[in-house]
Design a protein around this ligand. Structure first.
Ligand SMILES: *Cc1c(COP(=O)(O)O)cnc(C)c1O
Length: 409
């Protein structure tokens, strides 16, 4: 029975995990990512084309001198059958999260705060499924909130501030009955949804990879990857060693990189993210600028890095852009800026000679294919329901939202 709780019932500060009946994974003949239904916390499934797609690289692999390079592509690239229309792995979180909400039979409406990609993913899944959603984004991200169907049941709020202002405004908006936060990293549907990217890579390769590369903002995707690796170890057919994590952030805004490189569980604001707000606004990839990531808590990113002997690094804009060019030239798709950061970190690791010739690498391309999406899909911009300032009062807006939800019910 799932009451849509995302916290420990004993009040501890840790991430709750789904415990699945199936210990051995069977890949199902279900739509999109639901092929991994065994390890998603939902009873049913929804019609979706969203799924990670993994292939063994040849051109990039040669270029970097990494023979065991697997690419898990999360985006829109019809040539390889990648059909995540909102072009990032955030849609893999949104699909099971919205379904889990729907299955919980509460009448609450889900609220999600976002720097852009998550917002677009939830608005799209709301448009596809007709399940209502309240999405709070930064004003600068408004232009990125497009869908492939009219999003009549999505309520979009724009906050004139940075990602963390959007999160804080969203938290205040949820502070009433009827609106519930989707829970972020604490929601097992989000983690296991994102975790399907790792799962797809490992299942395709036939083994848990030696290395896992990802760019991180909250670190949820990396935590999710290791949780899936643990399930694969219990399964027994995919090896018995966790992948070594190699995670990256933007140079200029890298709180988790800084704390981890000093072996600290705590992020110290003055040390790890001086002038946080401005450096977040200036960062190359905005989706990597979470100021309150689930790093310190039990089961959070610090613990995950400890168990996987992880490495964290910060990447400059120049190196990220260069990596993006190399991917387009060798593999053929354009990358989300965050995925460029990630590839730049792989280039760096390979230049340092960290990856041995017989090791396998899973490169999580967390977003890309925007050019293909623009060419082939009809993209509809979502109009904001309200534009607010970070400090604005929420009571009036809450009333307006309930009115709107009633009209659509
Ligand atoms: C959100 C996002 C990330 C970072 O994921 P986290 O789980 O927040 O660490 C990386 N790449 C893309 C494209 C994203 O949208």
């Amino acid at each position: 029975m799932d009451n849509y709780e995302n916290k420990c019932i004993n009040g501890c500060n840790s991430l709750i995990k789904a415990d699945y009946k199936q210990k051995k994974l069977t890949v199902r003949n279900l739509p999109g990512m639901f092929k991994f239904h065994d390890w998603l916390p939902v009873r049913g499934f929804s019609e979706t084309e969203a799924s990670p797609v993994t292939y063994k690289s040849s051109a990039l692999s040669k270029e970097l001198g990494i023979p065991g390079l697997y690419i898990t592509f999360n985006g829109y690239w019809p040539e390889i059958n990648a059909k995540i229309k909102t072009c990032s792995f955030k849609e893999l979180e949104a699909v099971p999260t919205m379904l889990r909400m729907e299955e919980s039979k509460s009448n609450d409406t889900i609220l999600v705060s976002s720097a852009g990609n998550t917002g677009r993913a939830f608005v799209e899944v709301s448009a596809q499924t007709k399940i209502p959603a309240i999405v709070v984004v930064t004003k600068s991200a408004l232009k990125n909130i497009w869908t492939t169907k009219p999003a009549e049941n999505a309520i979009l709020i724009a906050v004139d501030g940075d990602y963390t202002d959007a999160i804080e405004f969203g938290n205040r908006l949820c502070n009433t009955q009827g609106i519930v936060s989707e829970g972020g990293a604490k929601n097992p549907a989000r983690r296991d949804g994102m975790g399907t990217a790792f799962l797809d890579g490992a299942v395709f390769a036939g083994n848990i990879p030696d290395w896992y590369f990802q760019a991180v903002g909250s670190g949820t995707g990396a935590i999710a990857a290791v949780e899936m690796a643990e399930r694969l170890i219990s399964d027994g057919r995919y090896g018995d060693t966790l992948p070594r994590l190699y995670l990256s952030q933007n140079e200029g805004f890298s709180p988790m990189v800084n704390a981890w490189n000093e072996n600290r569980r705590e992020i110290i604001e003055e040390l790890d993210m001086p002038d946080a707000k401005n450096s977040a606004l200036d960062a190359y990839s905005p989706v990597l600028t979470n100021r309150t990531p689930p790093y310190s808590l039990t089961g959070g990113l610090y613990d995950t890095l400890l168990k996987s002997d992880g490495i964290m690094t910060a990447v400059s804009k120049r190196k990220a852009e260069n990596a993006g060019r190399i991917f387009e030239e060798t593999e053929g798709a354009d990358l989300d800026k965050a995925a460029q950061v990630c590839l730049a970190s792989l280039i760096e690791a390979s230049e340092k000679g960290l990856i041995k010739a017989d090791e396998t690498v899973l490169l999580n391309i967390t977003g890309g294919g925007y050019k293909f999406a623009k060419e082939e899909l009809l993209l509809i911009e979502t109009k904001p329901f309200a534009e607010v300032l970070p400090g604005d009062d929420v009571t009036g807006l809450q009333k307006d939202i309930f009115e709107r939800l009633k009209q659509h019910a």
